[in-house]
Design a protein around this ligand. Sequence first.
Ligand code: HEC
Length: 479
Amino acid sequence: MKRIRRALPEEASRRGRSPDAWLTDNWLVERLGMKRFLNSQLYHRVPRRVNPLDFLGIGSLFVFINQVITGIILATWYSPSVPAAYDDMKKIAHQIPLGWLVQNLHYWGANLMVVLVFFHMLRVFYIGAYRKPRELTWIAGVLLLGITILFAFTGYLLPWDQQAYWASMVGTWMPFYAPVVGTFIVHLIRGGDYITSVTLSRFYAIHVLVLPALFLMVFGLHFYMVLAKQLTMVEEARDLPKRQRGLVTFFPTTVFQMMMFLVIIGCLLLYISMNVNAPLLAIADPLNKAHYNPVPIWFFFSIYQLLKYIPPVLDPLGIIGLPLIAGVVLLALPFIDRIPRRTPSQRKTYTVPAAVVVAAVFALTYLGAVNQGIPGGSSQVVANPTYSKDILPILQADCAQCHSQAVYKSMGTPMLLSYQGINTPYKGQKLIVPGDPAKSILYLRITGQQQPQMPLGGAPLPKNTIATIANWIKQGAKQ
Ligand code: HEC
């Protein structure tokens, strides 16, 4: 570990005693044998003015602790079974003293944590603090971002309302686009074809057992590395001439600034939680009789918004490819970026493309939030639809994986991607009866009146899309 750094002489004389005197006299510090360690951690020199963005990491930790405490309280009142889960959410919100506040703190804390961890990563990237010798700190950090997202994703299903159910339907469908193993992974995550109480138990176990254990291990490494390799700002302060003005010791000045930052974060979280309730819609309905429009979790908005701009054949690239590439690039970054300079303007090869990607993600997330939902979700109801102009694009986007010519040959599913195919009886039955949606199997299947609902295992088609298909059949199913 690092050589011990003594306090600044100025600091010591101002206080009239050595700043580490309290460490020497301290009963606990002596028992723990941590005098040298604390001395080196607390009394290294740092710039007096610290950018508040440098506290995003400790801010994330602070919110994580909030998640642990509120999570434990919620777990004592919640049982992960159907339909008890939903009733418990109501009970916690309405009957248990301050239950609503705990619920809101957990809900908003989860969202805040995703944001904080993301911006923490951006900040570390921006100042180039991931480079040698901090590669492991960075890698652990990237893993922590992944774990944080998984926390939010698994937690989302637990309230078991319509929003939870259908967002999870959309989210757990994503691995389907992975080649070869896609269907297997979807089944593994869901514990079957659909989201059921099995999925709920699975998500709960992952949320409260697997992820916390993983998080603590990876975070342990992350935090240890931060202490062992010290912060970049400490390193930079060390390089400055000894008696440079504007340097202070980490404790108490920086620690105080840090506490102020945490107080602000805490107040923000408390303010939101006291004023905005975590949403709880109607209880989850697997048949979706209310035609709830499935909306993915907000941090997937960018992906689903992107899907609206690319042809359906590229969907696997958007859903699996890009996130995978992003993950690999992030993990490899400290080994790729070998420019010895750290200032952003001297690392334009990396900072400029990163800025473009981040701007794109922000823009897509914003657009996704405005036109909520999965592709086709915001499309207007078409009054006079034709097969080739209006219906085929829907089928291509949502049904092609299982109803294309190739799959039709191997699986025997009806072939929907040609006008002739859709008019060919399937197992002796007509898929569409022009003029009468209620007699058209296609219509009965997409509305769930006949099971299993189509698209099989995926989120149901949005209301407007179903209305367009209904119009099309009513008006004689024109080509
Ligand atoms: C994940 C694969 C998958 C997706 C996606 C999918 N289907 Fe199917 N579909 C199947 C399978 C398998 C069958 C045959 C088994 C059956 O009848 O349930 C089928 C059968 C059908 C049938 C015939 C039912 C009958 O009783 O004759 C219709 C109509 C249909 N699908 C419509 C759609 C539509 C419309 C979409 C898109 C909105 C869609 N499917 C998406 C897998 C899928």
